[in-house]
Design a protein. Structure first.
Length: 532
């Protein structure tokens, strides 16, 4: 509700106006009442500025004219109506010169007259708010359109032939004087993109948020050019004939951008800085930066590096593949989690030393996981729902070496849990079928009667059989399986606890948190924090 301040030195009039007006019905709040201008101004400055001011003209200590002047200096949008007498016409004229919206004659005024004025003043505020909102939206649309034009210009430059004169003119419209000036290009990319964007409604909203923060941080002479939702370029002015350290200035600016984006959005940006470019080398240097995927793949989070041409490892990464698959399968069967961590660490260290191409490393990892799953199928019980296609999509989304290492370790932990679960299970066909049913329906509410009906068994008989074969009740086993799945989601995704709760078929988030804490001794948030 909009706030109203009443100022009147005649107390009976002040009391009448405040008591006889139905503020709630008008959609307003009577913020405060005052008997002089000094009291009103002090309250507005120290407590809260009103949206609407209703004030007398002739008052002791500070008259209404002076009060209006000072209030409008602090809040130009404030709506004002004055209370005056016929004898105060000169004061009323001065008030109107201050763009007061209305005035009321105390000699003939009734409470309903004040209500009518308040309704009009409220309409004025709402109209002004709509106007501001519309102007803000138009500015946002214009800024977004400018970003789209920049992106299209850059993509056409890289992938298409362009008319030189038109190209120069378009570049100039974005602040790039490529006929006369030289620039230092810095390729900016979001690290761990699929996790970073998780808290945004869409890829476009994510890109706009990052782009806006970068633009607000930049000096006017630096040009920001978006390329995709997760990639962009910064172009810093460069002059080799001056003593100024242009590269140093660029590096300092980039570091500041990284800190601002990390602090405000919790998003990590990596940068690769290229060689100075001009009208002749613009397209070539931009393409070099875009195509330098291997350097980008092996960069640490928050790194800033100069572009370097890397030769991929010449040794075939698959020469030691067979040894790796045998080694990891044996560790899986043994359930040796610590040794698996050591083994994976050894592999990734070799990848980094040899600088194998990122495509080759991903191919190696995908083949290893698919082959390993096939080999594990020979165990007495083993069932994992994911597919080779799904794994391939996840791997393609990975864009950094560190991210790949974390993903690989998490996936092996997931397989270890499946193997450990399977090797401890009975061989009764009915119970095995029940277990498969449970693990394929973890994301819904699972009832004992439902599974018994699925197996065409009497619920009581099935309950006794399950307890005898597995060593725990059906409900206990389902709860444990859901908690284990919750732990995997907490470790492997950035999904909020509420979403994980829904995914596992729990209707009540508080109950889910209670069950999780009973099993693990900590809440889901604490569990995720301990493994961050």
């Amino acid at each position: 509700m909009y706030k109203v301040m009443l100022v009147e030195d005649d107390y009976p009039v002040l009391e009448l106006l405040s008591e006889a007006t139905d503020w709630k019905k008008l959609g307003l709040t009577l913020q405060s009442t005052h008997e002089n201008g000094v009291s009103a101004l002090q309250y507005a400055l120290q407590e809260e500025m009103p949206d609407i001011l209703i004030t007398d003209i002739g008052m002791p200590k500070m008259n209404g004219i002076e009060l209006i002047k000072q209030m409008k200096e602090k809040n130009p949008a404030i709506q004002v109506s004055v209370l005056s007498c016929h004898s105060e016409y000169e004061f009323t004229r001065q008030a109107l010169l201050l763009q007061v919206q209305d005035y009321l004659l105390k000699d003939t005024m009734k409470p309903e007259d004040l209500a009518a004025v308040l309704i009009e003043l409220k309409k004025n505020i709402e109209q002004e708010h709509r106007k501001i909102k519309k102007e803000t939206k138009l500015r946002q649309i214009a800024a977004q359109n400018q970003e789209v034009l920049k992106r299209d210009f850059l993509r056409r430059t890289v992938y298409q032939s362009t008319c030189k004169d038109e190209w120069y003119d378009e570049a100039s419209s974005f602040g790039l004087d490529l006929r006369l000036s030289t620039y230092i290009p810095a390729f900016c990319f979001v690290q761990n993109f699929h996790v970073a964007k998780a808290s945004f409604c869409s890829d476009d909203q994510f890109a706009i948020s990052v782009s806006r923060l970068i633009a607000e941080t930049l000096d006017a002479k630096v040009v920001h050019m978006p390329f995709s939702v997760k990639e962009s370029f910064l172009l810093f002015p460069f002059d080799s004939n001056v003593k100024t350290d242009c590269y140093g200035i660029a590096m300092e600016c980039i570091g500041h951008i990284q800190a601002v984006v990390q602090s405000n959005l919790d998003v990590s940006l990596g940068f690769i800085v290229g060689e100075p470019l001009n009208q002749d080398s613009f397209k070539l240097e931009i393409k070099r930066l875009l195509n330098n995927k291997n350097q980008r793949f092996y960069m640490k989070r928050g790194s800033i590096e100069k572009r370097k041409q890397e030769a991929n490892g010449t040794e075939d990464v698959f020469t030691w593949y067979d040894k790796a698959i045998v080694e990891i399968r044996q560790l899986m069967i043994e359930g040796n989690r610590q040794q698996i961590n050591t083994t994976v660490g050894k592999w990734v260290e070799l990848f980094a030393q040899k600088r194998y191409s990122c495509e080759t490393v991903k191919e190696w990892v995908l083949k290893l996981i698919v082959d390993l799953k096939i080999k594990l199928q020979t165990l007495p019980f083993y069932y994992v729902k994911d597919t080779a296609e799904g794994l391939h999509e996840e791997l393609l989304a990975i864009e950094s070496f560190d991210e790949l290492k974390v993903w690989l370790l998490n996936y092996f932990r997931f397989l270890l849990s499946a193997v450990a679960e399977g090797t401890s299970q009975p061989k009764r066909k009915e119970v095995l079928e029940a277990l498969k049913y449970v693990y394929t329906h973890l994301e819904k509410k699972i009832m004992l009667e439902e599974v018994a009906n699925h197996l065409f068994l009497n619920p009581s008989y099935f309950s006794r059989l399950f307890k005898k074969e597995v060593g725990e009740t059906f409900v206990e086993h389902v709860t444990k399986a859901k908690i284990n799945r919750a732990k995997e989601l907490l470790e492997q995704t950035a999904e909020p606890v509420g979403k994980i709760c829904e995914r596992l078929g729990y209707d009540n988030q508080s109950y889910f948190i209670k069950v999780f804490k009973n099993h693990e001794g900590v809440t889901p948030i604490e569990y995720r924090g301990a493994r961050a």
